[in-house]
Design a protein around this ligand. Structure first.
Ligand SMILES: [Zn+2]
Length: 437
């Protein structure tokens, strides 16, 4: 730990008393053996279950109704019988999910629109230092919390006082921001110029916004000082986006996965052999696996006792990798979460084209296409919008993709490809699959 990080953690501890401890815990736990990590994960799971059964009215009622007592959960095998928690249950039982032992002041609400379109309110314990996971992931890439940074996401509603306090805590960090909800050429130009000045170690933001910056850099042949990584979040990344962004910024991409309900779940280390699950603070499972081994993601937030989320099904799908990362850490590896469950296109007659597959349709044409979007206009009408990188060979690419999709839909869908100049973001997030019917 360098001096800046040490001072940063001390200052942060004034705001959140367990900041220092949370950071040190993370660094210690990622060095554990696989066996020790599994043991830690399991003991934390059991203690959360016991706590929820005793102190959280909703879990007490739910587990009693199926005849389940935490004492019966003697092994992980039995744990899989603990019922999953759905978004609908949270929406209907918000108050009952708050622990009797905490004051409502401890609970901060977050809302998430998500793919269901129904805003969901979830309570989160304010005192949990979830940021420590961010600092830990940065450390994998050789980045300290106070290093200079360029960000592109939605502006957060901080008060001026909070902003000042943050600047004092993060001193001597220099930060430049791009408002991902207001992406114009002028804003991107100024962002890129400021980046050249502060030379950020990390660029962090929504895929859609960073993608637009990458387009700008490539179009204007600008050379930006290479950061250590471009950390992308909040959307599935297509292969073509990743390779374009990486070459525009001359730096590897760190694909990080999480959701607004439980924040950080997994992220890539520089070896990029998969996403390391932060298994000391999150329990991740995949259930109802399909023929390809892809299952529904079930996550338990092992740190939050105020509003416990136990076996929460967030709507995403992926799978574990079965090898250990060559970086030496034993935090398990999972595959990228590419499409969201609800992004699958149901064509009818049992034909479903998976969202995960759709993210890959241009992977072989990275040099020809810079962005694309899939719009389902009716069950049997699919339009693909494509922003070309170069005109040469484009016709072949378009016709190949058209034919492949036609075959995938077993001939049931009409596939149209529209070549366009740009695809607008929705609030800075690139909406990759749109259902418009
Ligand atoms: Zn690794």
């Amino acid at each position: 730990m360098n001096l800046n990080t040490f001072q940063f953690l001390l200052k942060y501890t004034v705001a959140k008393s367990s900041a220092f401890q949370a950071y040190l815990d993370g660094i210690r736990n990622q060095a554990l053996s696989l066996e020790e990590l599994n043991e830690l994960n399991w003991s934390r799971t059991k203690s959360l279950l016991n706590y929820a059964y005793k102190n959280v009215p909703y879990y007490q009622r739910k587990y009693k109704s199926v005849g389940l007592h935490p004492n019966d959960i003697s092994s992980e095998k039995v744990y899989y019988q603990v019922p999953v928690l759905t978004k609908e249950e949270i929406a209907e039982n918000y108050e009952l999910l708050i622990s009797r032992l905490v004051s409502h002041k401890t609970v901060k609400d977050i809302t998430t629109g998500g793919s269901t379109g129904v805003p969901l309110r979830v309570g989160r314990n304010k005192n949990v230092v979830r940021e420590a996971q961010k600092w830990r992931i940065q450390s994998w890439w050789g980045i300290n919390p106070t290093d200079n940074i360029a960000t592109a996401y939605r502006p957060l509603p901080y008060s001026n006082f909070d902003k000042l306090a943050m600047r004092a805590i993060y001193y001597p960090q220099k930060a430049v921001k791009l408002d991902a909800t207001n992406i114009t050429s002028e804003n991107i130009r100024s962002f890129v110029m400021q980046m050249a000045r502060i030379r950020p170690k990390m660029i962090h933001g929504y895929v859609g916004a960073i993608d637009a910056v990458a387009d700008y850099i490539i179009k204007h042949k600008i050379e930006v000082p290479a950061p250590k990584t471009v950390w992308l979040t909040a959307s599935p990344i297509t292969g073509i986006q990743e390779s374009k962004i990486s070459s525009a910024f001359n730096a590897p991409v760190c694909d990080q996965y999480g959701c607004s309900e439980v924040y950080f779940i997994s992220a890539e280390c520089p070896k990029k052999e998969g996403l390391h699950v932060l298994s000391d603070v999150k329990k991740v499972e995949f259930i109802d696996k399909n023929n390809n081994g892809i299952g529904k993601l079930i996550v338990t937030d092992l740190e939050d006792y105020a509003f416990p989320l136990i076996r929460y099904m967030n709507g995403d799908e992926s799978s574990f990798k079965d090898h250990k990362c060559s970086c030496g850490m034993n935090l398990p590896l999972m595959n990228k979460v590419k499409g969201r469950t609800t992004d699958n296109l149901e064509i009818g007659g049992d034909v479903v084209i998976s969202g995960e597959y759709l993210t890959t349709i241009f992977d072989d044409y990275v040099d020809s296409v810079s962005r694309f979007q899939v719009i389902q206009k009716s069950r049997a009408e699919i339009t693909i919008k494509v922003v070309p990188k170069k005109q040469e060979g484009l016709e072949d690419v378009v016709s190949n993709v058209k034919n492949t999709l036609k075959a995938k839909s077993k001939g049931l869908a009409d596939i149209t490809v529209e070549v366009v100049n740009r695809i607008p973001d929705v609030k800075g997030k690139m909406k990759f699959i749109i259902k418009d019917f």
